[in-house]
Design a protein around this ligand. Structure first.
Ligand code: TPP
Length: 565
């Protein structure tokens, strides 16, 4: 239902209208950083019911909005000023856009009347944001503001979700507009909105392929969790007796304790055991997954031509892009899977999940041997094991690239469905997890949130520890500390004859740094201390950081198949 905003005055300023348009779409929280061009907006935010989280850098404001959106299913909102505020917010916006996460960034801007006169912070925000967002606009007058906000929310949450950007010039923020124009469809504040189902003829074709399959397999991407299609997926997998593998972003599509669950496949978190399950399939159903280089190990698993391909995606340009597709199903994942269930009503294939079970056992036996190791420096397997063991099933784990992403993707078993684990898989920029965990915590404050990062990542995000302490957020940050850009050094080892070059840096006492910010911290060097320290950190209800001196990735047995892009 479209709800007009209740206001006593017949007009609102542009800044007030911006705030009211956010509220009308159900927004409750905004992450951002102040600036000269934002003064009218801040005055309006101050007078509103919106919660504002002041951040220490706009990149992290965008990552917070992204983490918030991932765990709530609502649009995440961030803001910053003109010039540097726009260039700094961009990396977070790009990650969200490519990961199909609706994040709205507002950058204030110099006045329309000051354009082209070498005004401080002047920047072509329209051109800057255009190639990297799903939708963007620069306002020239306040009268357009309500329509522009409605378009932004509609673009972000319909079809393939994505990021949007609006530039709000200083004078536009002060200009009046009629209050009666300020209205919204609040359903556009959540995603996916306005779901679209698939062509029934294509559903019949897909059902025919699935009926004739001997070893069907699902490979699920983030689209399953975004769509909330977990129940429909399980029903179909049970009917077909089919294993369910996931991408990293698809973790949460299925309870990983299910006999159908294969775990993560691909070159970052997949293992030879999970690859073997992919290779055994004669029909692969990709669901909400782009079948990109990482998931398919550069389009080799599944091997082209070996398996028939059914590809479900809400974006019509995805099926058929990387594999010759036998049946493209374009539509919302939940609706497509529900339609397949309906057309396969009464069908049942006896499940042969012996390969899945055997390979899962082999994968986790190899892991357990290392996870029990008392060797120092501490093995990454031990870190995953101790953390997973202590966390409740509903806890949220956010992993940065480097050691955390492949190890947690492979070995952190997600118990239950929905978004409980995520990483920034679009661009994989270091330093995402700390801020994304802050956003996730604001989205789901009742559960424990843990961010795991390498020391390279820590160096790119440490300033936000002040935000964590200011709000006394009971998040635990874990630093896998090895004084090296380990992932890259491992690549130099595996593919470049151990010709190591410019990948080592000095060791930092991250516990001391975080303690200076006001967190409760520990530095762990002995494997035997790890469990009890983590237990204290997880349960103390305060901001905590555990710095773990770890075996570097290039010396470990990483669940990674290769280091090429
Ligand atoms: C912003 C950014 N710059 C560079 C990279 C390339 N990169 C990928 S992994 C990695 C090393 C990660 O080092 P660290 O965070 O210390 O974790 P480790 O691999 O040692 O566990 C680098 C530099 C990146 N992902 N993001």
């Amino acid at each position: 239902m479209n709800k007009p905003v209740e206001t006593r005055s017949a007009t609102l300023t542009g800044a007030e209208a911006a705030v009211e348009m956010l509220r009308a779409h159900g927004v409750e929280i905004v992450f951002g950083l102040c600036g000269d061009t934002s003064l009218p907006l801040y005055d309006a935010l101050r007078a509103s019911s919106l919660k504002h989280i002041l951040t220490r850098d706009e990149r992290h404001a965008a990552y917070m909005a992204d983490g918030y959106a991932r765990v709530t299913g609502k649009v995440g909102v961030c803001e910053g000023p003109s010039g540097g505020g726009a260039t700094y917010i961009l990396p977070g916006l790009v990650e969200a856009n490519e990961s199909s996460i609706p994040v709205l960034a507002l950058n204030t801007d110099i006045s329309v009347g000051s354009r082209g006169k070498f005004t401080l912070t002047e920047l072509d925000q329209r051109a800057l944001m255009k190639p990297l967002t799903k939708w963007n606009a620069v306002l020239d007058r306040a009268a357009d503001l309500p329509r522009v906000f409605r378009e932004a929310f509609q673009a972000m949450t319909t079809g393939r979700p994505g990021a949007a950007h609006i530039a709000l010039p200083f004078d536009v923020q002060k200009e009046p507009l009629p209050a009666s124009e300020v209205w919204a469809d609040p359903s556009l504040g959540s995603f996916p909105s306005r779901r679209v189902g698939c062509d029934p003829e294509m559903i019949q074709l897909a059902a025919r392929v699935l009926r004739s399959a001997r070893n069907p397999l699902f490979i699920c991407g983030g689209g399953v969790v975004i769509s909330g299609a977990e129940a429909e997926l399980l029903e179909l997998a049970q009917k077909l007796g089919a294993p369910v593998a996931t991408t990293i972003s698809g973790k949460g599509s299925i309870d990983e304790r299910s006999p159908h669950s294969v775990g993560v496949v691909g070159s970052n978190g997949g293992t030879p055991e999970t690859r073997a399950v992919v290779d055994a399939a004669d029909v692969v159903v990709f669901v909400g997954c782009r079948a990109g280089s990482v998931t398919t190990e550069r389009w080799r698993h599944p091997a082209p031509g070996r398996a028939r391909i059914v590809h479900i995606d809400v974006d019509p340009s995805v099926p058929g892009r990387t594999y010759k597709v036998d049946v493209p199903l374009v539509g919302d994942a939940r609706l497509c899977l529900a339609a397949l269930n309906e057309s396969l009503e009464g069908f049942s294939r006896r499940a042969d999940l012996a390969l899945v079970e055997r390979n899962r056992k082999a994968k986790f036996d190899a892991f357990a041997a290392l996870a029990r190791s008392d060797d120092a420096p501490i093995k990454p397997e031990r870190v995953v094991h101790e953390i997973s063991n202590l966390l409740d099933a509903d806890a949220i784990v956010v992993a940065d690239p480097g050691t955390p992403c492949p190890y947690f993707s492979a070995y952190h078993t997600v118990r239950g469905t929905g978004r409980r684990y995520f990483s920034n898989r679009a661009h994989g920029a270091l330093g995402y997890s700390l801020a994304a965990a802050i956003g996730a915590h604001f989205g789901r404050p009742a559960v424990k949130t843990v961010a795991v990062m390498g020391d390279g990542s820590f160096g790119m995000c440490a300033g936000e520890l002040e935000t964590v302490v200011r709000h006394r957020l009971p998040i635990t940050f874990v630093v896998v500390s090895n004084a090296v850009y380990g992932w890259i050094k491992a690549g130099q080892r595996s593919g470049y004859g151990e010709r190591y070059f410019s990948v080592d840096f000095g060791a930092t006492d991250h516990a001391a740094v975080a303690a200076a910010f006001g967190l409760k911290t520990w530095r762990v060097t002995e494997p035997s201390q790890l469990g009890s320290v983590l237990e204290k950190a997880f349960s103390c209800g305060e901001p905590t950081l555990v710095d773990i001196v770890c075996q570097p990735l290039h010396e470990a047995r990483a669940p990674v198949s290769e280091w090429v892009a």
